[in-house]
Design a protein around this ligand. Structure first.
Ligand code: CA
Length: 225
């Protein structure tokens, strides 16, 4: 039975979601504030966490940041706000998906199933990917330029990994968007350009490398000859 933790201070929503997820056969724990949620997440292995952003005390983004220090568990953010900035902050902080309140329970269930499926699919592929001097370990989620470790955010890492897995193949911006950010970002391909810039600043500029090539009007490709 898959275990889900919901961290949400609005008791009505927390109870409703707990009940519905219970009907679906998930085992659910709930926490009504950030600190309690973080403590539970540390104490027990969960398969997925639903995390409200606006929480008293420790807010959801901070809870997420702390969870990511010890766990790769899929996290879906719940929020009343719906802006690109919030999405980027949350997803950049390591969230897997994002749902805006009020939401239909069917939509939440679909997102949960998708996140759990992705978690199962993305489990081990033991190869180390390489492109030029860049090496990336998808299992340990580590990346180096020669022997120097690179600090990448979750989305930067996912984007780099996907480009390296598809080395020498031009990836359309829409494909990258859908693959790395999901359908919630449909049409916002400028997010891809922003992250390509972040990646270039971390993996190309410091090492005077050229790895990520722009194909105008199409997308990006990693070449390493
Ligand atoms: Ca709240």
């Amino acid at each position: 039975m898959e275990r889900i933790l919901i961290i949400e201070d609005e008791e009505k929503i927390a109870r409703f979601v707990e009940l519905e997820l219970g009907y679906e056969g998930y085992q659910v724990e709930k926490a009504l504030d950030g600190r309690e949620g973080l403590a539970l997440a540390k104490a027990h292995p969960f398969d997925l966490i639903l995390l409200d952003i606006m929480l008293p005390g420790l807010n959801g983004i901070e809870v997420l940041r702390r969870i990511r220090l010890f766990s790769d568990v899929p996290v879906i953010l719940l929020t009343a706000r719906d802006t690109v900035v919030d999405k980027v902050t949350g997803l950049d902080g390591g969230a897997d998906d994002y749902i805006t309140k009020p939401f239909a329970i069917e939509e939440l269930l679909a997102r949960i199933r998708a996140a759990l499926r992705k978690k199962r699919v993305s489990s081990p592929s033991p190869t180390i990917l390489t492109a030029g001097i860049i090496r990336l370990d998808p299992v340990r989620r580590e990346c180096w330029a020669e022997t120097q470790p690179l600090e990448l955010t979750k989305k930067e890492f996912d984007l780099l990994q996907f480009l390296m897995e598809n080395k020498n193949i031009v990836m359309k911006r829409e494909v990258l968007l859908e693959r790395i950010w999901g359908y919630d970002f449909a049409g916002e391909t400028n997010v891809v350009d922003v992250y390509i810039r972040y990646l270039r600043a971390k993996i190309e500029e410091p090492f005077d490398l050229k790895l990520i090539f722009t194909v105008r009007g199409v997308g990006y490709v990693i070449k390493d000859e």
